[in-house]
Ligand binder design. Structure first.
Ligand code: CTP
Ligand code: ZN
Length: 159
């Protein structure tokens, strides 16, 4: 790459870099990780930059934070192309692709207000089966309601 066209984004010392996020999804990724910016750790967000693999992509860099298995599953749902890089002392010590699991348990809410998972008395833990990955389709195990990406965006307060 010629230096003229290079994009300068600081490297991080310790933390996680979520790369190859589909363009425009970085805010959603931050939302589902519960990151508001008020936590105090350094966060870098890059949107709509050139990518050889994807055309354009977003990148999220989070200093001093790791991702749980549940968080990785949520990231996979909205950013199935993402690569997760674990950084220690400026070096990439681990790099892996996210993978959409077959079942998503307890992380999302069914949009059907009458669903047993939304009853106040004896709430049942939500459970969705991934029936399509592209485009994303999740079906509620209890009421059969189909959910797609836009439902996840709404759940996290976007769209
Ligand atoms: N990165 C960072 N801080 C570091 C090390 C890496 O922010 N201390 C970022 C890089 O900017 C890049 C990502 O982590 O966005 C992955 O780094 P690296 O594996 O060095 O880059 P590539 O080889 O380009 O990655 P890939 O092959 O996955 O595209
Ligand atoms: Zn349901």
């Amino acid at each position: 790459m010629s230096s003229k066209r290079e994009l300068i984004i600081s490297k991080i010392r310790d933390g996680v870099v979520i790369d190859h996020i589909p363009a425009g999804r970085a805010l959603l990724v931050l939302r589902l990780l519960g990151i508001s910016g008020r936590e105090g750790f350094r966060v870098a967000l890059v949107m709509n930059v050139e990518s050889r693999k994807l055309g354009t992509k977003d990148i999220v860099k989070i200093e001093g934070r790791e991702l749980t298995k549940d968080e990785l599953n949520l990231v996979a749902l909205v950013a199935p192309t993402a690569t997760v890089n674990i950084i220690r002392d400026y070096e990439v010590v681990s790099k892996f692709k996210v993978a959409i699991p077959d079942v998503i348990e307890g992380l999302l809410k069914c949009k059907n207000p009458r669903c047993i998972t939304n009853q106040q008395r004896e709430p049942v833990r939500s459970r969705f089966h991934v029936v399509s990955r592209e485009p994303l389709k999740l079906v509620c195990e209890y009421c059969g309601t189909m959910h797609e990406l836009s439902d996840i965006e709404k759940y996290f307060g976007l769209a």
